[in-house]
Design a binder for this molecule. Sequence first.
Ligand code: KQY
Length: 369
Amino acid sequence: MARTLNTTPRQDGFRMPGEFEPHKQTWMLWPERPDNWRLGAHYAQKAFVEVAAAIAEFEPVTMCVSREQYMHARSVLPESVRVIEMSYNDSWMRDCGPTFVVNDKGEVRGIDWTFNAWGGLVDGLYFPWDQDDLVAKKTCEIENIDTYRTEGFVLEGGSIHVDGEGTLLVTEECLLSEGRNPHMSKEEIEQMLKEYLNVEKVIWLKWGIYNDETNGHVDNICCFARPGEVILAWTDDENDPQYERSKAAYDLLASTTDAKGRKLKVHKLHIPRPVLITKEESEGVNAIKGTLPRNEGDRQAASYVNFYICNGGIILPLFNDPVYDEMAEKKLKEIFPDRQVVGIYAREIILGGGNIHCITQQQPLGISK
Ligand code: KQY
C-alpha cells in the first residue's frame, strides 16, 4: 500500500539524490494538446519517441499516455518502452511528476508538490491543470511508493537541481514569482526546500534563461555534473539579453561554496544562436484563449543545459546550430568521460516551451517495497 505521509523527508532521513546517481527508470508523458504542440503534436511525438528510445538504451522507460493516444503511442514506441494509460493536461513529467527521495537503506519515497501550470491564474500557461496535479501521486501509486504532499506549496521539478550532498540550485526569478508562493518570504521558501529536499545550502541564482516561459527554471540554465561541479548556460555575446543573466550566475557560482564548503568548478556551455518560431510553426498551433500564444519570431529558451543524465548516458538537445551543437557535444563528452553523449534534434520540443530535461523524470534505483 502506498501511503500519504504527514512527516517531511528531512524528519524521516530521506534526501533527493543527484540525477547522476543510479536510476531504476525514467518516466515520461506523451504530448498531444494542439494548443501547445503544432499539428496535433505530430512532430513533437516523433521527437518524444526518439528521446524515449535513446534513454531505453541505458535504462527502463515508462511512457504515460492518454486513452485516446494509447494505441498510437504503443505502435510507434519501441517495445522496450513500457506504455501505461494515464490522464494529464500536458506532457512535462519533470514538472508535474514526483521528486523522488531516498534514505540510507535505499528506500524510495516521492514528493508530490502542488502544481499550478507555472503560475496559476497569475501567469500560468494553461487552465485547468487539475489532471497534471494528480500525476505525481498516480506515478508513485503505480510503483507502490509513499508520498509527501505539499498542499498549497507550489513547485515544479524543473526549478530545482541538487548535488545529492546537501546543495540545491534554484532561481529567484522562478521561486519568488507572483504565481507560485506569494504568501511566503524567501526565507520561508528556503526553509521548505531544506525540509523536503533535505539540503543544507540553497544557491539562489537571480535569473534563468531569457524568455523562458517557466519564469526561469534552473534546469535550463545550470545543473550539477557531479558534487562540486556545475554546468552553466553561457554566451560570449554581450549584446544578447542572455549575457547579463549568465554573467550574474557565473559571478555568484564562482564566488560561493557548496554545502560541504567546496568551491565550485563552473563549466560554461555556450547557448545556440537564437531559435525563433517560424510563420509555418506558429500557424500550426491551435490558438486558444488562456494558453500561451506561439507567435512568429518569438525567441524560444533554447539551451544545451536542458540535457538529461541517465545510467551511462547524456541525452542532449540539438538545434541544428552550425557551430554550437558540435561544441556542446564535445564539451559534454569532456565533462562526462564515462557516459555516452547522445544528441537528439529537439526543435519540436523547444517549440512547446521546454526540452529533454523537462519531459523526463528519473526514479532512483533504491529497493522495492
Ligand atoms: O520547461 C519546462 N520545464 C516546461 C515548460 C512548459 C511549457 C508549457 N507550454
